[in-house]
Write a protein that binds this ligand. Structure first.
Ligand SMILES: CC(C)(COP(=O)(O)OP(=O)(O)OC[C@H]1O[C@@H](n2cnc3c(N)ncnc32)[C@H](O)[C@@H]1OP(=O)(O)O)[C@@H](O)C(=O)NCCC(=O)NCCS
Length: 171
């Protein structure tokens, strides 16, 4: 994509499209439990979306979505957040929309004084944003290379990550 998409916070009118988008994006994703749309709804219902951003085309159509929520980490640093779920419509993937959403979200978090961001995901996508795995940082039995963090304000945290309980939502 030559022109980066416009990124803005979600509005109530976006909610149904975000749900359909999330279901479509994860439909064939390896390792997905197909609970991502329920997680997004549960985060919203729990008022745990510190940031929910949509990427829109020039006609206002939603092309992608990302949500950030608070996490706690065993070592006790505050102001750390989780990135995800993140979704781009399958037919619009690999055009830079996901990159624009992550970049914009991290910039907004940094502007608020966030100390960092964690996620579980593919390093092939997230390493370009400065996300790294750290064997001291764990999440259940998820392989260390998939548990990643981007430090905005040192120190780097360590120990077990506790995501918001909305991540247990199943539908
Ligand atoms: C992951 C996702 C949000 C990325 O959005 P996107 O708009 O396709 O990403 P971009 O076009 O900005 O991709 C940037 C780069 O990441 C790569 N990339 C995209 N998805 C990737 C993936 N799942 N694994 C590895 N690399 C990936 C692209 O090849 C591209 O690299 P390039 O520029 O060197 O060609 C999107 O593919 C998606 O919705 N996937 C399905 C849902 C999902 O898996 N969400 C993330 C769970 S961790």
């Amino acid at each position: 994509m030559t022109v980066p998409p416009h990124i803005r916070p979600e509005t109530p009118a976006d909610i149904d499209v975000i749900r359909a988008l999330t279901q479509a994006a994860f439909k064939d994703a390896p390792h997905s439990q197909q609970t991502e749309a329920a997680i997004v709804d549960a985060l919203r219902g729990a008022d745990a979306m510190v940031l929910s951003l949509v990427a829109v085309d020039p006609d206002g159509g939603i092309m992608g979505h990302v949500v950030f929520s608070p996490v706690t980490i065993e070592s006790g640093e505050g102001a750390w957040y989780a990135l995800g779920p993140i979704s781009v419509w399958p037919q619009l993937q690999r055009q830079g929309i996901g990159t624009a959403l992550v970049t914009d979200g991290l910039r907004r978090l940094e502007g608020w004084g966030a100390r960092g961001c964690v996620l579980v995901g593919d390093p092939g996508f997230y390493s370009r944003f400065g996300f790294e795995s750290d064997p001291r940082l764990t999440y259940r039995d998820v392989p260390a290379r998939l548990v990643q963090r981007r430090v905005l304000v040192p120190p780097a945290p360590a120990g077990e990550i506790v995501f918001h309980e909305a991540f247990e939502a199943t539908g």
